[in-house]
Design a protein around this ligand. Structure first.
Ligand SMILES: [Zn+2]
Length: 489
């Protein structure tokens, strides 16, 4: 059995597939008000169309917001990209369609822009600030990224999985190509997108106002938020927008180009897996934590990205809570092999709860990158606040002033050494000091077992976390610290 000697681990990560970051200018719309939200201008410096991309107009449609935030980094060949990723930040923060605290008739931001035949005035302070900005931008194209509650093809009550536009000779082929591109990514044809060519889009909406008053071309792109994993929806938006930008010769980046590093940028780029088998509040809590941390950039990815080799753009990957076997099934054999290859070649891996099961050694579907196995097949131990005891410098690594902390636990793996000859031993950073054993799970099995452990697989570093520090007040910094460890920072 190989011993893990940390001092001997010399790991350098040289991600390949990275490209220089395009020059970005940014500022605030509605600066100084409670509506303040950032915009980003990506200018090629070469003649070409100005394209406005907006996300987060409705707060319960987050895929558009995250997609816009990923898209804004694409290097440009011509023209200019102006991106407002989180148009209605306050609605997004509470995940409501409508603006919080707004009166009934003013709550829907996409009914608040100047309507057909009415004066050029928006209905609310936020809509007016956005509209003033858009008029300055003078976009040639406007792409507004939304989500519906159901796939339109299956339920015409919703506009989910559609491209809504009034197509003319010039725009029809562009939107037809976008449709073809997104549908090529969806195996099940009953879930295919539809192009609604004769939709003037909603009155009082951003796209319609831009078309009518600014002479822009435009469309509303709609994914579907029910029943389709988050990363899949984000990618669908990226695929559609990418195809449009490629057709307009604005970018030659691909839809899965996610990581862009400037020469002096030493940021750690971490992928957060958010596809089938991922649930709960963990991913969002981590995105929030990372976005507030200088030096770490996070991007949401799914199984399509993994299978397409996107991990090699990143320094580390996080598999959050949910179901380990479903994550494994979603990745498929090819995806799992990509993750193992990524780690063995020097990438960092952090598995939390389900993601920790995924890393274990003892399941037919697991990645076998951590020399740990579960002690019982009965995993439904329940949710509880458990006590953690830190060791091996864990409390110093995490900057804690106590050797003991309380952490949220929910059905995470109760582990012991697997004793595999292929995987080096792990080191325990924290153990469970208390246990929960609901649903006829074995008692007396959990106390003293490793709760946070770290090891090595090939050239890469692996962290397994059974509980949920990312959802525990006071311990949210543990995952970023462990990500840094996996990339030797
Ligand atoms: Zn919407």
């Amino acid at each position: 059995m190989k011993r893990l000697i940390l001092a001997a681990v010399l790991l350098t990560v040289f991600p390949i597939g990275m490209r220089a970051q395009a020059p970005l200018k940014s500022g605030q719309i509605a600066a100084g008000t409670k509506w303040a939200t950032p915009y980003y201008v990506n200018d090629s410096g070469k003649e070409g169309p100005t394209i406005l991309i907006t996300g987060g107009v409705h707060g319960n449609e987050p895929a558009g917001a995250l997609a816009a935030d990923q898209i804004r980094h694409w290097p440009l060949e011509s023209g200019r990209l102006v991106v407002i990723p989180r148009a209605n930040k306050r609605a997004l923060s509470v995940r409501h369609r409508r603006t919080p605290e707004a009166p009934r008739e003013l709550g829907d931001l996409n009914r608040s822009f100047p309507k057909t035949g009415e004066p050029d005035k928006a209905k609310t302070e936020l809509a007016q600030a956005l509209w003033d900005f858009i008029k300055q931008v003078k976009p040639d194209w406007v792409l507004d990224l939304h989500e519906g509650f159901a796939i339109h093809r299956q339920n015409p009550e919703s506009v989910g999985s559609t491209i809504l536009c009034t197509a003319d000779e010039e725009t029809a082929p562009v939107f037809e190509n976008a449709l073809e591109a997104v549908n090529a990514s969806i195996e099940d044809s009953t879930r295919h997108f539809l192009l609604k060519k004769n939709s003037p889009t909603v009155n009082g909406g951003l796209v319609r106002a831009s078309i009518e008053r600014l002479g822009a071309k435009g469309a509303v792109l709609e994914t579907t938020y029910n029943g389709i994993p988050f990363a899949v929806r984000i990618r669908q938006h990226r695929v559609m927008v990418n195809r449009i930008l490629q057709d307009l010769k604005v970018t030659s980046a691909g839809p899965d180009d996610l990581v862009f590093r400037s020469e002096r940028d030493s940021s750690i780029w971490v992928a957060i897996y958010h596809d089938r088998g991922v649930g709960g509040n963990g991913p969002r809590a981590m995105r929030t934590e990372f976005s507030a941390m200088p030096g770490i950039e996070s991007r949401t990815i799914g199984s399509a990205e993994v299978r397409n080799g996107v991990l090699k753009q990143f320094d580390a990957v996080i598999f959050p809570g949910g179901s380990g076997s479903k994550q494994a099934a979603g990745l498929g054999g090819k995806g799992r092999e990509q993750v193992r290859k990524f780690v063995s070649e020097g990438g960092g891996f952090v598995g939390i709860c389900a993601g920790c099961y995924l890393a274990c050694e003892n399941f037919s579907w697991s990645l076998k990158i951590l020399d740990a196995k579960t002690r019982s097949s009965k995993w439904r131990r329940g949710r509880a606040e458990l006590e953690l005891g830190f060791e091996n410098g864990g409390e110093d690594l995490f900057g804690l002033d106590s050797e003991i902390a309380t952490v949220i636990y929910q059905n995470g793996p109760v582990m012991e050494r697997a004793g595999s000859s292929d995987i080096p031993d792990f080191e325990t950073l924290a153990r469970f000091k208390t246990e929960v054993a609901k649903n006829e799970t074995p008692k007396g099995l959990q106390v003293g077992t490793p709760a946070i452990l770290r090891g090595q697989f090939g050239k890469g570093r692996v962290v397994g976390i059974s509980p949920h520090p990312e959802q525990t007040e006071g311990l949210r910094h543990l995952v970023p610290e462990l990500v840094k460890w996996t990339v030797n920072r």
